[in-house]
Design a protein around this ligand. Structure first.
Ligand SMILES: [Zn+2]
Length: 69
């Protein structure tokens, strides 16, 4: 079931919506209602969903790289 597989993956990278896709800094003060946030590390303004998706992609790529070596 693809949907189950995807949520399991997302779980392993759980802070993805709070993590800057540019510099990896975590935004601990991000509230569930926040749609946008500004990274305190690099100043990038993130759309929460876009950033989470970017981090998930990075996580999947990283996992593929580490398991293939
Ligand atoms: Zn950043």
């Amino acid at each position: 079931m693809p949907g189950v597989y995807r949520s399991w993956k997302a779980d392993r990278w759980f802070p993805s919506s709070k993590q800057c896709a540019q510099c990896d800094r975590l935004n601990h003060s991000l509230a569930p209602a926040d749609r946008e946030w500004t990274c305190t590390g690099c100043g990038t303004i993130h759309d929460r969903d876009d950033d989470a998706a970017a981090n998930l992609r990075r996580g999947l790529l990283a996992e593929r790289t580490t398991t293939s070596t």
